[in-house]
Design a protein around this ligand. Sequence first.
Ligand code: SF4
Length: 396
Amino acid sequence: MELLGLYLSVPFCRSKCTYCNFASGVYPANYHERYVARLEDDLRAIRSRARTWDATLPAAVDSIYLGGGTPTLLSPALLRRLFIALRREFAILPTAEITVECAPGQIPPGALDSLVECGVNRVSFGVQSFIDSEARLTGRLHTRAIALEDIRRVQAAGIRDVSVDLIAGLPGQTLDSWFESLAILADSGVDHASVYMLEVDDDSRLGRELLVNGGRYHAHDVPADDLIAELYTEAIPFLAGHGLAQYEISNFARPGNESLHNLKYWRRDPYLGFGLDAHSMLRARSGDALRFATIDDLDGYLAAPSWPDSARPLSREEALEEAWFLGLRLNEGVSLAALREEFSAPAIRDCLDTVQDLESDGLLAFSDGDRVALTPRGRLLSNEVFARFLAEPALV
Ligand code: SF4
């Protein structure tokens, strides 16, 4: 039975972190109720809208993810409203993974109580660094002590599955300070970790500053690219040595603690995204993937009608490209047999030249004669690898 994942974006933050390129921001609290009311409308409308798109909506939900943003900035009453609406509109399995992203230092006691009451069983903490000076330079509002205390509070409240995010490449970071953050993460006993390399793009203040060599957000203290690559590379054996095995380019877990929700993105399983800048993937009755997304401007989103009139099916070429660049993110890689079954043998034969070129470059490796996966070097250069799979010859 195909199961559905639900993502809800809650784009409110207490302050904007300098490296953040998400559609989130600091908004007056009077947005909160309007936003939740809008999510309730979207939840109510999706079933009939999916029918007009001729999309299949799996009957049961096995993962929910509240991200953003800082969902715990919503009042306990609004958090409860969201979960009541979710349970009214969807059959949520009793075993469903229900994750909420939290910022350390921003989980008031009432919010923690309401998370437990709403059935949340996984918390993902955006720590980014356990070094106080590094966290402060990027606008994070927590210290190491606060982060560790919040991990303990969440676990003591009965939410056993905890994940911690770190970023490699923050201003002021060194190899020593990075190992210190990794060691604290490992000692905290969490079962899941995400390690991201700093993204340099126009969508964050630090990224913009790096592009133009500015000085306001400490761009001059950002480690050189080679050191960032080394930080990321060193994290992999270190975390493995502490029981957290890499299973995706940026994700590490103890066995059985992989993020069920995020696996849906990489395995192209169906999910619905609600709220600002939220992406969805459903299957049309024909089997084609339908992808659609909401806009990333909060006032525009609140003023726009619920859901678009139509959802564009991916072409077979686009779906195959996705199968490569999403599947290769996973350490398990891509199964050629599964691709042949989904896209036809000639279509996959057309891709094999690219695979072989990348294998000779040391970026991809075969295993079991069927699976293709990134090598460690391929993970560092993953964007280059993915670009090679775009615009393959037309499918037959
Ligand atoms: S990193 Fe998280 S807490 Fe910081 S601004 Fe972005 S969404 Fe908000």
